[in-house]
Design a protein around this ligand. Structure first.
Ligand code: GLU
Length: 183
């Protein structure tokens, strides 16, 4: 399966995210992507290699002190750019490793509430679910916690939001997730 990386710092984290993706390349992947907060959410995705993603990021001059990144091994939805992570809902962005088994039920509920889906992935339900929970939550952390209670499956996720620029929220169930603290 794929890999997720997230970073928050007082400097540009794009090099950290790219280095993290390069270290995860051995796991195999079909597409890659990055989302960075720098005032607004900026996202770059491609079906190529991490090196190509890096070139795209450089050509677009994307940087920021908070970001998430992903190498995808497709389980739900073809390996197309629109299915590549990060997925977004409003100002919320999510990367996900694993499978959400009850994604069809959650998708139907969210669609009945007006959410529009742009991918075929199980992952996009997480982005919309967190977004929908934000209204009833005190913080992004609370929203991710509430959304996680709805998810069945094995997963590791990292979430950022335009409304909470000092926080990177992660969750895991049945999948590994490492946290690091450093200069
Ligand atoms: N199930 C998700 C997808 O198909 C994540 C796959 C992965 O772990 O890379 O996009």
């Amino acid at each position: 399966m794929c890999g997720i990386v997230g970073a928050i710092a007082r400097r540009n984290v794009v090099p950290v995210l790219i280095e993290g993706l390069k270290r995860l390349e051995y796991r195999g992947y079909d597409s890659a992507g990055v989302a960075v907060l720098n005032g607004v959410l900026q996202r770059v995705r491609c079906t190529g290699r991490v090196r190509e993603l890096e070139q795209l990021i450089q050509s677009q001059g994307i940087s920021g002190a908070l970001g998430i990144a992903h190498t995808r091994w497709a389980t739900h939805g073809a390996p197309l750019e629109r299915n590549a992570h990060p997925h977004v809902s409003g100002g919320v962005s999510v990367v996900h490793n694993g499978i959400i088994e009850n994604h069809e039920e959650i998708r139907a509920q969210l669609q009945s509430r007006g959410y529009e889906f742009t991918s075929d992935t199980d992952t996009e339900v997480i982005a919309h679910l967190v977004h929908s929970c934000l209204g009833d939550s005190e913080s992004l952390f609370d929203a991710v916690q509430a959304a996680s209670r709805e998810l069945i499956g094995a997963y590791a996720i990292a979430v950022i939001s335009e409304d909470d620029r000092s926080r990177l929220v992660v969750a895991r169930q049945g999948a590994p997730l490492l946290l690091g603290l450093a200069e």
